[in-house]
Ligand binder design. Structure first.
Ligand code: PMP
Length: 403
């Protein structure tokens, strides 16, 4: 790296003596060429060799470049984002903090934690903030996992759980799903003395399935205390009548429970990267220890503070989502496509060759998510869009499928 950078700087200085790079970097550092090919003796952590890779939804710009389309003509229904955009109140608040970006953010997110705690009816000591809830999942790995530990998940779980288990050298134990639903009985049976962490998302991504109240209550009551339950509620705000999981944290009856939430979905702030964990103070203190001091930037803190107050935006998003889900469900049924009834902001639908249909939709400017990496090669996942986006997606899907 240094040698390469030096070459660029010296070339620039030779060609143009007034090159500003020379002023910034001083005179070039001349290093002998390395006697070995770069990286040849570096030993990587062995788990990297087989680490699963997270494949994100394609950004609009990339698809535009690949297919010679105009970004404005592309719709992205690939990453379960909020199609109504960020809260206008959040946008205004974020613009207001730009002038202070020379200062480090509040490393403890004092105001955001206080407000969030008040909204949720918990104490700030019950909250840990992360760069997306993905980072909280990683904190759990840092705090709990080592070689030989077991991480318990249901088949078709969110892709980041297996990645984090592998990253920390833990063994992933996957319990087969029952008709796309987590098998709670099976999860309970799969607990061993080595089980450290159990991840369960409800609603789940990518299936959109909800774990029933009875099943969830049973799981929470029967999982032994040495297992930390990470209950991932990334989509909980879309539910009309969610289980009051926070009450379990508030009352202190489940010290081995951490709830995962995010500002990426209903709050429409996926680009800010902000999520949080809710748990017992002891557990939260452990997660705080593995957190980098300034992981939540000032823009994120300001945006989230304002978004929490924007109930109109949340209500609009929920209503748009309900209409969108109803439309997608009924159209898939009418087209004779198998789908999984969703409780989140996306629908998993069987289209035959998922990779082909994904690619044909994408060529036509509609980005969805192929499900091959979730071992569902016949399926794609479609996020709910605006009414116009949903109509365009369905029309394009009919065209591609010839129905
Ligand atoms: N959990 C689930 C179930 C998700 O679907 C997602 C986002 N795809 C996340 C966690 C992570 O969201 P973020 O890191 O954006 O908060």
């Amino acid at each position: 790296m240094i040698a390469d950078g030096t070459a660029v700087v010296s070339r620039c200085v030779e060609q143009n003596p007034s090159c500003s790079l020379a002023v910034k970097f001083g005179s070039p550092l001349r290093l002998p060429p390395p006697p070995f090919p770069p990286m040849s003796s570096v030993v990587l952590n062995p788990q990297l060799a087989t680490l699963p890779v997270y494949i994100p939804g394609k950004p609009i710009d990339e698809v535009a470049r690949e297919h010679g389309l105009r970004p404005a003509d592309i719709i992205k229904l690939a990453s379960n984002e909020n199609p109504l955009g960020p809260s206008p109140m959040a946008l205004a608040a974020m613009a207001d903090v730009l002038k202070n970006l020379h200062l480090y953010p509040d490393g403890n997110s004092f105001h955001l934690k206080r407000k969030l705690a008040a909204k949720l009816g918990v104490e700030p000591a019950n909250l840990v903030l992360g760069s997306g809830s993905n980072e909280i999942i990683e904190f759990l790995g840092h705090a709990l996992l080592g070689a030989g530990d077991e991480v318990l998940v249901s088949e078709h779980c969110f892709a980041v759980y297996p990645i984090v288990a592998a990253l920390f050298g833990a063994k992933l134990v996957t319990v087969p799903a029952q008709g796309f639903h987590a098998d709670i009985e099976g999860l309970l049976r799969a607990v061993t003395p080595r089980t450290k962490l159990l991840f369960l998302a409800t609603p789940n991504n990518p299936t959109g399935t909800l774990t029933s109240r009875e099943d969830l209550s049973r799981l929470l009551a029967e999982v032994p205390p040495h297992v930390l339950i990470a209950l991932d509620e990334a989509y909980v705000e879309f539910l009309a009548d969610p289980l009051d999981s926070i009450a379990l944290v508030r009352s202190g009856v489940r010290p081995n429970l951490v709830l995962l939430r995010t500002f990426s979905k209903i709050f429409g702030l996926a680009g800010l990267r902000l999520g949080y964990g809710i748990g017992a103070p002891d557990m939260v203190a452990a997660l705080e220890k593995v957190r980098q001091p300034f992981n939540i930037n000032s823009i994120a803190q300001a945006g989230a503070l304002a978004a929490l107050d924007d109930t109109a935006h949340l209500d609009d998003t929920r209503a748009n989502n309900r209409r969108g889900l109803d439309l997608l469900h009924s159209e898939f049924a009418r087209l004779g496509l198998e789908f999984v009834e969703s409780h989140a902001n996306f629908v998993l639908v069987k289209v035959g060759d998922g990779a082909r249909v994904f690619s044909e939709l994408q060529k036509r400017g509609v980005i969805t998510r192929p499900m091959g990496s979730y071992r569902l090669p016949g399926w794609i996942r479609i996020s709910v869009g605006t009414p116009a986006e949903n109509d365009r997606c369905l029309a394009t899907l009919r065209e591609v499928l010839g129905r």
